[in-house]
Design a binder for this molecule. Sequence first.
Ligand code: FAD
Length: 638
Amino acid sequence: MTEVERLNYDVVVIGAGGAGLRAVIEARERGFSVAVVCKSLFGKAHTVMAEGGCAASMGNANSNDNWQVHFRDTMRGGKFLNNWRMAELHAKEAPDRVWELETYGALFDRTKDGRISQRNFGGHTYPRLAHVGDRTGLELIRTMQQKIVSLQQEDFKETGDYEARIKVFAECTITELLTDDGRISGAFGYWRESGRFILFESPAVVLATGGIGKSFKVTSNSWEYTGDGHALALRAGATLINMEFVQFHPTGMVWPPSVKGILVTEGVRGDGGVLKNTEDKRFMFEYVPDVFKGQYADSEEEADRWYTDQEKNRRTPDLLPRDEVARAINSEVKAGRGSPHGGVFLDIASRLPAEEIRKRLPSMYHQFKELADVDITKEPMEVGPTCHYVMGGIEVDPDTASSSVPGLFAAGECSGGMHGSNRLGGNSLSDLLVFGRRAGLGAASYVAELKERPKVSQSDVDAAAAMALAPFDPPGDGVEENPYSLHTELQQSMNDLVGIIRKAEEIERALEKLGELRERIKRVTVEGHRQFNPGWHLAVDLRNMLMVSECVARAALTRTESRGGHTRDDHPGMDPQWRNKLLVCSATPGDNPVVPDIGVTVKTQIPLRQDLLELFELSELGKYYTDEELASHPGSPA
Ligand code: FAD
């Protein structure tokens, strides 16, 4: 029998980024005991890295802003493939979630008259991003950690134990979810430092594990983003949607190679920075797609006036949604007009005084100075696309954040639907707050209504332990595989063959490679002991990366159109017949004991509710919808 530390909680939240922490607060506020587990240090999550800000239509910088405008922008950004109910809840609730953070102790930057300041970002009609310089995510996490400490102090007063209702398990990785008759019964994992196993017996699990970027070679994501939550959910029987949509942020650092991919916030363009090619031309004016024609400035003069007068001028095309800008940069580089290291130039130096740049963008100034020896107040940055965010994720009910597996909830980047085919910048931090809260609430309500708690079976615990330990005990047929080599090969294939521009023949090659890696992973071998062993940790994560990569590739092959974060060179147009179709990934145990088989099925979206449909002009919807779908629009000819 496996030696395991066993603990009991009402709710286990896996992930301590923004979504996880907001879920913890909510479940605890409803009176339940909550374990929060994170594989890195507490406080070190992607949310901390968020620079630009948190989108919420508070209307502080422009009083014309409201939830309807935010909803419209989000649906446009996602090319109308979004789960519209999620987009509606998000747009309506984001302002309350931001104000609520201030009641927890956050302090956002201010307008001159003392309200929360809001900045411009791509795809947002009005300045909408509440921010703290370019360190917004840090403030968000700091504040929620502070709130958690205050709740722990309340619990101490009542029980004499700070950890009576919230306990943090840092540097602890969950490798498997356990079920009892199809319902969640617990989560199994290991302490990274000691390698010892830990079992959380709990009827409700909230997944808040973030994204999948580490499956790609060039990425803004850090080591934790190995798609664990996506894979855990699949193995527990839940489904993933929209996995073909991966966001390549247009502006990652391209030089030096050691920092390639690190993010340059969109806030640089929001604050006046412009993209230029080697001919010193502001090329984005050439790349406004038909669906956005008329909404963006068509001259540099108008674009520049827009920064100070948004009523009379249209916004700069430098702030088109990310998918459009990333493709434009790709085209410029391909056409030979790229910068010396294979990107384009992002110039803020000639646009703002040095002091202002340092004040508004302190992290960017520091990042370039330290890592690339570039002074962004004096010279342009070299930037290019980097894998940044996955729109696809666990399929959830919008109101409760529950997956199809009873007791399993998901929020934040590991959930899917909210952003459709492409996320707008700033809409992730607000998503974490809105749906983190809803997931905590969903889990609490589920537990409250349970008549009888599911049980963990010992055989499941033994199986989870055996799977985790397999890399120490390879088949012994003389062939040993190194987890680092497999990871490098996976990242290269995903980058080259299922990256920013895709075609059938290349995706098929990627799937062949993934098939090969699925076989080779059976022989992954690690040296040494279970005590802090990074090779072993990677071997365990690799299984998840292979599963999510296969979801991305299979869905990308199935969707024969281009939309948002999925560009098919062989199917360049957006096809209205695909607009309401979701690709759903599920896993079935095949003949490979390590990596289950992935299947993709097509599902039809629930039609947009009539009152929401009517928020859009018929002429705009006509660019995305079929005539049949629009027959009920009041503007439609009878
Ligand atoms: P995270 O914050 O990444 O947290 C994931 C948590 O899960 C971590 O605690 C991790 O340790 C844990 N975890 C993962 N797997 C396991 C496991 N197996 N077991 C236990 N724990 C696990 N969005 C915006 O809206 N505005 C911005 O300005 C912005 N800027 C960004 C800048 C950068 C550089 C990056 C990378 C992203 C940015 N984003 C921004 C996107 C946004 O930050 C992320 O989408 C968001 O923070 C994800 O939050 P999350 O709570 O879902 O996950």
